[in-house]
Design a binder for this molecule. Structure first.
Ligand code: MRU
Length: 362
C-alpha cells in the first residue's frame, strides 16, 4: 500500500510529491520546522496527509528522552525535563504547523489533538516525545482504517461498468494510505466492480495528471485523463455516471471546501442529473463552522499559473489570481461518505447525527 510518509529511527520520511511521477524521492524531516516547510512547499499535500505530517511534526518538536544508566531520565542535550518549557516548544510548533496551510480542517484538528494530549501527559510527568510519536502513529493507522471504511461504503454507491469522475488527488498520497475518493475506487475495484475513472488534470498544480493517474496506473485501475474544462462536455454526452471528490473542510451545513474546480463539477453534475459525492473522514468535518462562507481559502502564488517549469508563459504585465480551493454549496452535494456512514441531505442533521455516533446511513 502506498503511504506518503513513514517514521523510522527518530525521523519522519516524506515522499516528495512535487517530483512525481518522474522521480520517487524520500525526504528526511528532523524538526517541526522541517515538517511545516514541507507542508507549505507541497512536498506533502492533501488534507488528511498534512494532518498526519503535523501530528508527527509535534513529536519532532521535542527531543527524545534518554534513560541514563542510573535510571534517571534526562532530556538529550543536557536540559532538565521541564514540562512548561516543553509545552512552550509545542505551542510554538503548533503555531508554525497550523499556519503552514489554512484551508484543510485536518491540519488544525491533528495539531490541537496533539496539544491536548501533551498537556495531559505533561501533567503526569510522562515522556512527551514518546507519547506524541505513538499518538501520531495511532492517528496514521486510524486514518487508513477510516479510508478503508469509506471505501467500502462508497463502493456500495457504484454499479458494475460505472464511469466515475474525480478531481485533484484524494488518494493514498493525500492521506495515510488507501485514499478517500480513490479509496472508494480501490475498494470497488477490489470487490470486482468493473469501473473506469476519469481524472481531471487539475490545473495549475496537476495533482490529477501527476498523482491520481500515477496511483491508479500502479493499481491497474483504468484511468482516462481529461483537461479540467472537458468535464461538463463528457457529462452532456452521457459518459459520466457519478462524480466523487475528497474535501479539505466541511462546514456543519454540508458546504464543502475542496480543490479549485470542484464547484463547477458539482454544478455540471446537477445539471445533468449525475450524483455528486464527497468522500472524507470525520476529521475533515468542522461542525463549529455553520457554513462554508466562513472557510479560509488559501491563495497561492500567481507563479503557479503564469509559469511552467520555471518559464513564464504569459505576458509580464498580466496578473494571476490563484485560489487553491473553492466551496461547493450543500444544496448540490448528493451525499457525504464518511467512515461512520453516509450522510445525506439535510446535512445539518445527518452530519451531527454521525458525529454523535448515529446510524450508518444517516
Ligand atoms: O492543494 P492540495 O493538493 O493539498 O489539495 C488537495 C485536495 O483538494 C484534495 O481533494 C483534498 O485534500 C482531499 S484529500 C483526501
Amino acid at each position: 500500500m502506498i503511504s506518503p510518509l513513514y517514521w523510522d529511527d527518530g525521523a519522519l520520511y516524506m515522499l516528495d510529491q512535487r517530483l512525481l511521477p518522474a522521480d520517487e524521492v524520500w525526504l528526511k524531516m528532523e524538526s517541526a520546522e522541517d515538517v511545516a516547510r514541507a507542508i507549505r512547499d507541497m512536498v506533502i499535500r492533501g488534507a488528511p496527509a498534512i494532518g498526519l505530517a503535523a501530528a508527527y511534526g509535534m513529536a519532532l518538536a521535542l527531543p527524545e528522552r534518554v534513560v541514563e544508566p542510573d535510571g534517571e531520565d534526562e532530556v538529550r542535550g543536557g536540559l532538565d525535563a521541564r514540562e512548561q518549557e516543553n509545552m512552550n516548544h509545542l505551542f510554538e510548533a503548533a503555531r508554525r504547523l497550523e499556519g503552514a496551510r489554512p484551508t484543510a480542517a485536518n491540519l488544525s484538528w491533528a495539531v490541537r489533538r496533539q496539544l491536548e494530549f501533551a498537556s495531559d501527559i505533561a501533567a503526569e510527568g510522562g515522556d512527551l516525545h514518546k507519547a506524541l510519536l505513538e499518538r501520531a502513529q495511532q492517528m496514521h493507522r486510524e486514518d487508513v482504517e477510516a479510508n478503508r471504511a469509506i471505501g467500502g461504503l462508497g463502493a456500495g454507491l457504484l454499479r458494475d461498468g460505472d464511469r466515475v469522475l474525480t478531481h485533484c488527488n484524494a488518494g493514498a498520497l493525500a492521506t495515510g494510505g488507501h485514499g478517500t475518493a480513490l479509496g472508494v475506487f480501490r475498494s470497488a475495484f477490489e470487490s470486482g466492480l468493473n469501473i473506469a475513472v476519469y481524472a481531471t488534470e487539475t490545473r495549475p498544480y496537476l495533482q490529477g495528471a501527476r498523482l491520481t493517474a500515477w496511483e491508479l496506473v500502479r493499481d491497474g485501475i483504468p484511468v482516462r485523463l481529461i483537461v479540467d474544462s472537458a468535464a461538463a462536455f463528457l457529462m452532456a454526452r452521457g459518459e459520466i455516471d457519478a462524480v466523487i471528490t475528497g474535501a479539505d473542510r466541511i462546514a456543519a451545513n454540508g458546504d464543502v471546501a475542496n480543490k479549485i474546480g470542484t464547484y463547477p463539477l458539482a454544478l455540471a453534475a446537477r445539471e445533468h442529473g449525475i450524483p455528486f459525492y464527497v468522500a472524507a473522514p470525520m476529521s475533515t468535518l468542522d461542525l463549529e463552522l455553520p457554513e462554508g462562507r466562513g472557510i479560509e481559502i488559501e491563495v497561492r502564488s500567481g507563479e503557479e499559473i503564469t509559469h511552467f517549469r520555471g518559464s513564464r508563459m504569459v505576458p509580464e504585465m498580466a496578473e494571476a489570481v490563484n485560489h487553491a480551493f473553492d466551496i461547493t454549496p450543500h444544496e448540490i452535494v448528493s451525499a457525504i461518505i464518511t467512515e461512520k456512514g453516509i450522510a445525506r441531505p439535510p446535512f445539518a442533521e445527518s452530519l451531527t447525527h454521525l458525529f454523535e455516533g448515529g446510524a450508518e446511513d444517516a
